[in-house]
Design a protein around this ligand. Sequence first.
Ligand SMILES: Cc1cc2nc3c(=O)[nH]c(=O)nc-3n(C[C@H](O)[C@H](O)[C@H](O)COP(=O)(O)OP(=O)(O)OC[C@H]3O[C@@H](n4cnc5c(N)ncnc54)[C@H](O)[C@@H]3O)c2cc1C
Length: 370
Amino acid sequence: MKILVVGGGIAGFAVARALELKGFAPDLVERRLEDAPGGMGLYMPGNVARALAQLGVLEAVRDMAAPILTQSILDHRGQPLSVTQTQALWGDCGPCLSLPRNALQAILRGSLRHTHARFGVSVTKIRQATQSCEVAFSDDTTATYDLVIGADGVDSTVRSLIFPGAVPTSVGTVCWRFITPNTTGINGWTAMLGQGRTLLAIPVSAEHVYVYADLTLVDGEAKEDIKTTPLEGLFNDFAAPVFSLIANVPKDTPVHFGSIEQVVMDAWYLDRVVLIGDAAHASSPSMAEGAGMAIEDALVLAECIKTSERVDAALHAYVARRRPRVDWVQKQCVARDKMRALSPLVRNAILRLLGNRLYTRSYTPLLAPL
Ligand SMILES: Cc1cc2nc3c(=O)[nH]c(=O)nc-3n(C[C@H](O)[C@H](O)[C@H](O)COP(=O)(O)OP(=O)(O)OC[C@H]3O[C@@H](n4cnc5c(N)ncnc54)[C@H](O)[C@@H]3O)c2cc1C
């Protein structure tokens, strides 16, 4: 079967790898010429480790990643609200891990043996025929495929060509991300909650920590105005241990700023084109399951393609297996974002009383096998 994967991010490399393990040799196009940008981290709960093991790359990832044994939530002054021992839930499913995002992408990319990848190339047109797709590329080439997999992220070109009405929507939050020396001894997932703002720090190696800061825009507030406001000033009522990381960011540290968007769609495929990862179902990062859902999509799609006699049956089976899990994650992200937006008094009381139970409730369904 001739398969095109559009996008060389986590979903694209993962599905190419999963297809190779099933005996396929897909084409892949990635519009970036260079490797994925540095400066961002990725936290992955235990189900992601299990999926990485199925791709045969878990050991390589563990070598690069920091194990995350606790998730601590503090108020903005640094008073503890809840501490969760992550392995009490994940157990044999897999460790919770955190690493620079570009390290994961490099491992996935480096695992490919039979994929024909082209970089600096984008898809410009897709024309569906009865049993195939004709695809035009930005380098003026064209090719015909039995199946096109759109793994091209939240702003997916494939989605906009096939489902023009399905557009990402903002969840009303802007965020900053960077990796910096771990000068404050952060040794687990550590979130600090203020009013309409969150600071989060997670070790990504023995020396470095990934910092994430977010802020909910109030009515009429412009993203661009916020972007130019010094981060330190926006969080100056926060305390140790995370505030000093944003107050002392070394010069020349790449800081990524953006708004958080979600994609909610009824259908993930049409004829010979299917979407996976953020292209199909981007969410707010509140569950840290974006990479996990993308890699699980990849494994399930490759298995459905291998075991189904027809492409439409494979795509139907893929959606039937993935939908409940992805819907659960998307709904949990919305619920968690709503809880963070409650008045601090109420929210902090809920977290003191129920923090561990809420963690268990959110993640237990993801222990089930794919
Ligand atoms: C602020 C923030 C924090 C997050 N934190 C976490 C976290 O801690 N843990 C976690 O699991 N998830 C996290 N996520 C979510 C996670 O980043 C995504 O779910 C994940 O990157 C999705 O992978 P993807 O491959 O679908 O998309 P992407 O990673 O966006 O990759 C898409 C790729 O497609 C390429 N592309 C785009 N258009 C084209 C085209 N037309 N032709 C060819 N190539 C194209 C892009 O260049 C890119 O390389 C976070 C998200 C945000 C916004």
